[in-house]
Ligand binder design. Structure first.
Ligand code: ATP
Ligand code: MG
Length: 431
């Protein structure tokens, strides 16, 4: 970090020494003033892209038509953007025209919030025409200029506003909030991918409930291209959300809306999540549904105190069936989630609830005990079975392998080739 700052200073120094103006700007200045870690450094300069390119040996023309080039210095990448204005936001998203300007103030004017519109020169001198530092001290997110117009130009800014308020635990300035309510319909024009990225940053922060509450209160979530079924959310289920790993926070959110795995799958696709994340979350919801289903089957209509032991064993067996179907990672995800849920929200039947503390404990034990949960972990192959049984392959083979897996995973028989063959023969002859 220190090192990146030094190289950033070199870039600024080179530009200044050549007679241009150059500053740190945006998120890095804001984060520096807040005493937060800085992850990337954006620089802004009066020099035009060609002039920047001429001054440094390693420059990548990343967005040269918008005035942005990436300067490589000391192994770090710095985005250097020429002072510019933006105009013509016909589609509520992206400016259609940019123009280079000579005055840093004009550049700062196009930026979204006062705290993001502070420029810092080589020796720390600030250019802060909109009172960004004062707003940082007051913990306020405030638009540069008239909020309604700024949100109308670019609807994503509304989500950025709530994201910053949530992550920094700031409040939203009154006029900014009012402008957001008036312009919230404009969120419809924003690609879900960009919406998702903002929500991800918000959810990953230290106080996601703050952002979720603001999203609910402002009605913004209902205005996205793919509306989020926020109305169904049971807020009390989210109390323990910060204890969860970032991706699992989405799982809790989906679960708190009581979405089925099928509906969740569609939503996650529409929100442009990666396949890996989508499947992880869908499996999680499937686990929840299946577990509730199988426990209700076990419980039947009448459950008595005496049936506890039988129930525990039946529960263990359905747990292992789920392990085989959805994998151990899903089991540990589900347990993490279950542990944060308030008792009133846990969807398991009362006889399982009675053992709430015990259930999670036992379940993690069962997960550890069942070392064999995949067919390929069995100490026998389909070929070996075909030969030993002297029978051509067919549907029976897959069924047999699954039956053996179930028996081994439950601990009924050891995972030894000889035992597995005997068991297969026993099953076959009893049919
Ligand atoms: P993060 O910590 O997420 O990087 P950031 O403020 O640096 O926050 P970036 O997307 O990296 O966000 O943008 C850098 C700067 O560009 C912002 O600080 C802001 O000045 C300006 N900016 C970014 N997005 C917008 C926008 N939608 N409208 C106006 N200005 C924007
Ligand atoms: Mg940034």
């Amino acid at each position: 970090d220190q090192e990146m700052a030094l190289h950033g200073r070199e870039v600024i120094h080179t530009l200044t020494a050549a007679g241009h103006e150059a500053y740190w700007v945006g998120g890095c200045v804001r984060d520096e003033l807040l005493g937060r870690a800085i992850h990337d450094m954006d620089l802004t300069t009066s020099a035009e892209p060609e002039q920047v390119i001429a001054l440094f040996p390693h420059v990548i023309p990343t967005g040269i038509q918008h005035g942005t080039v990436t300067v490589m210095q000391g192994g770090h990448a710095f985005e250097v953007t020429t002072f510019r204005t933006e105009s013509g936001y016909a589609d509520h998203r992206r400016p259609t025209e940019v123009a280079f300007v000579k005055d840093i103030r004009e550049d700062l004017m196009r930026r979204d919030f006062t705290m993001n519109a502070i420029a810092m020169a080589e020796h720390g001198e600030r250019v802060d025409p909109f009172g960004g530092e004062a707003d940082l001290r007051a913990a306020l997110v405030r638009c540069v200029g008239r909020a309604e117009e700024r949100f109308e130009e670019d609807g994503l800014r509304m989500l950025r506003c709530i994201r910053f308020a949530s992550v920094f635990r700031f409040r939203v300035a009154f006029n900014t909030w009012k402008g957001m309510i008036r312009r919230r319909e404009g969120l419809r024009y924003i690609a879900m991918e960009r919406v998702r990225v903002e929500l991800e940053k918000m959810l990953a922060g230290p106080d996601p409930l703050r952002g979720l509450e603001m999203l609910g209160r402002s009605g913004l979530l209902g205005c996205t291209k793919v509306p989020v079924p926020w109305e169904q959310c049971e807020a009390q289920a989210l109390k323990g959300i910060v204890q969860l790993q970032e991706e699992l926070r989405w799982g809790l959110l989906l679960m708190s809306c009581r979405l089925t795995s099928v509906v969740a799958d569609e939503l996650l696709r529409a929100w442009t999540f990666s396949n890996a994340v989508r499947l992880r979350l869908v499996h999680l919801l499937e686990w929840e549904t299946e577990l509730i289903y199988s426990t209700s089957v076990i419980a039947g209509d009448s459950v008595t105190e005496e049936s506890d032991i039988i129930n525990d064993e039946a529960l263990r067996r359905s747990w292992i069936r789920l392990l085989i179907r959805l994998g151990k990672d899903t089991a540990s995800d589900w347990l993490d989630l279950y542990n944060t849920l308030p008792a009133s929200f846990r969807g398991l039947p009362p006889w399982v609830e009675k053992h709430v503390a015990k259930t999670a404990e036992m379940a993690s034990l069962w997960t550890k005990q069942a070392v064999v949960v995949r067919i390929k972990d069995l100490n026998i192959t389909g070929n070996e079975l075909v030969q030993a049984m002297n029978r051509p392959g067919g549907p029976w083979l897959g069924q047999m392998m699954e039956q053996l897996l179930q028996a081994v995973a439950c601990g009924d028989i050891p995972n030894e080739t000889e035992t597995l063959l005997q068991e297969a023969k026993r099953v076959m002859s009893s049919e």
